[in-house]
Design a protein around this ligand. Structure first.
Ligand code: PLP
Length: 476
């Protein structure tokens, strides 16, 4: 155990929420790291029984590592938690994994094996789901601007639902279904006007944004859906946002949707209400993330109240969690390239911040630049006895906003060649990754019981050059 030197004090540059690691700068805090992550007797980080250095040696750096046990357990537990909570209020419930969080063929199969359906938001995600052999009726297609080709494909394969997000889509889906000689089940996405307590880019149900229909427009859409022989109204949908820690926003949405549903029931059945996803996870040791079973119980209680107050019968409820299933099981491994102590002037004189540059950055995790998302970091290849030093982990891109971890303490003896691990990167990191500066897109590796295997191969510069119409491999 490392005991910091007497001169080790919290940095005046550190944000209030950042705890000074008075005990151990090497500690892997429970709740943030994936379930099988631990340090070996030699002090190295190991996930799924495979050492970090071995993973980088075999698959290259940087690397996304998915703890398969963690992800599979969370998927199964989520299904169980919601079933228990909603059975208690007498309602049927189903979970659809929000595949935008992270999707590969194997991960889609893990979800099906855990009893979850799949929610896709593009024709591309739909093709991955189909390649995984997911039954089309278990798939819901989202999107605020689905192309005709995407709609036709979804209708042709027979997806279980298409979630309508504009008036124009009503006719487009009806025409595609009529051409295919099918009746397509649809849901209508509502903008319930809920102000979820999260980053504005993560809140999706306040009035001034692109998703969903107002209740007035939805009324018009549903009247038209009911006139059209090729459409069947499956239900109502709302997604209030992401990274939400408590149930009240879901309760507010349930109340609005249940009242609206009660009004619609006079014109025909509305069998399903989908309340979206958005359950928050811990990114930092100081994050007080809910246990999903507790959140499920809280949401079920809110829903029961909404049902009682609107005096209607119980529809089937659906939820679409993404981040809470796959986020905590992901860790990104990086190699340190350079370190740079910087004197930052402040009221009490200069304070030091150590800039630690790694071999990835905003191309493999854009969330800090996009939403000012905070992550934490630990030294992965060894433990250190050195004093904690406030550090900022940055990438290698040509942007000063290219930050991976804005604030955390790392041992002051960190040096080029050391390996760093950033936990809770399973959701919205690979799926939002990009090729800025023509960096490789790192591979995604699943680890389990001491074995590692590739889920998605590294996309290299040769893969990228192959898309450059002027490139000829013979000349290079
Ligand atoms: N459903 C919809 C419609 C979404 O837009 C999203 C995320 O943006 C989700 C579900 C999943 O949210 P999360 O990954 O936070 O659970």
């Amino acid at each position: 155990m490392h005991t910091p030197a007497a001169s080790s004090l919290p940095s005046p540059l550190a944000p209030e929420w950042l705890q000074f690691p008075a005990g151990d700068v090497n500690q892997l805090d429970d709740g943030v790291w994936s379930r099988t992550a631990k340090r070996t007797d030699e002090g190295e980080l190991e996930i799924g029984g495979v050492r970090a250095s071995q993973l980088l040696q075999d698959f290259g750096s940087p690397l996304y590592v998915i703890d398969e046990t963690d992800v599979r357990e969370r998927a199964a537990a989520a299904a169980q938690d919601f079933t228990t909570a909603f059975t208690d209020i007498g309602a049927e419930v189903e979970l659809h994994y929000a595949s935008k969080a992270f999707l590969s063929i194997d991960v889609a199969r893990w979800m099906a094996e855990a009893g979850l359906g799949l929610d896709v938001s593009s024709g591309g995600e739909l093709e991955v789901a189909l390649a995984a052999g997911i039954a089309p009726k278990e798939i819901g297609l989202h999107g605020n601007n689905k192309s005709i080709v995407e709609i036709e494909r979804a209708v042709e394969v027979g997806v279980g639902s298409i979630i309508i997000d504009s008036l124009q889509e009503v006719e487009r889906i009806a025409d595609a279904a009529a051409r295919a000689g099918k009746i397509q089940p649809v849901m209508v996405r509502l903008n319930a006007g809920i102000h979820a307590s999260t980053h504005s880019y993560l809140a999706t149900s306040h009035e001034d944004q692109k998703f969903g229909l107002t209740f007035d427009v939805a009324r018009e859409a549903i009247a038209r859906i009911r006139e059209l022989d090729s459409l069947e109204l499956l239900g109502l949908h709302s997604h209030i946002g992401s990274s939400i820690y408590e149930p009240s926003g879901f309760g507010a949405a349930a109340h609005k949707l249940m009242s609206f549903r009660a009004e619609l029931l006079g014109g025909g059945p509305v069998p399903e209400v989908n309340l979206g996803g958005g359950f928050g996870i811990a990114y930092l040791p100081s994050d007080d993330a809910p246990v999903l079973a507790d959140l499920a119980r809280g949401i079920a209680a809110e829903v029961a109240r909404a049902v009682q107050e609107t005096g209607s019968d119980l529809p089937k409820f659906t939820f679409e969690p993404g981040r809470s299933i796959v986020g905590p099981g992901g860790t990104t491994l990086y190699t340190v390239g350079t370190t740079k102590p910087v004197d930052v002037p402040g009221e009490a004189g200069n304070a030091k911040r150590l800039y630690v540059a790694v071999d990835g950055g905003m191309s493999d995790n854009i969330r800090p630049a996009l939403y000012e998302a905070d992550y934490c970091v630990r030294l992965a290849n060894r433990e250190s006895e050195a004093s904690p030093q406030l550090a900022r982990v940055v990438g290698k891109h040509c942007e000063s906003g290219d930050i991976v971890v804005n604030n955390d303490y790392l041992p002051a003896d960190i040096t080029p060649g050391d390996l760093l691990a950033v936990p809770a990167t399973g959701a919205y990191c690979w799926s939002l990754s990009n090729h800025y500066n023509y960096l490789d897109r790192p591979a995604v590796i699943a680890v389990r019981d001491g074995a590692a295997r590739t889920l998605i191969r590294r996309i290299t510069i040769n893969d990228q050059l192959a898309h450059d119409a002027a490139w000829s491999p013979e000349e290079n």
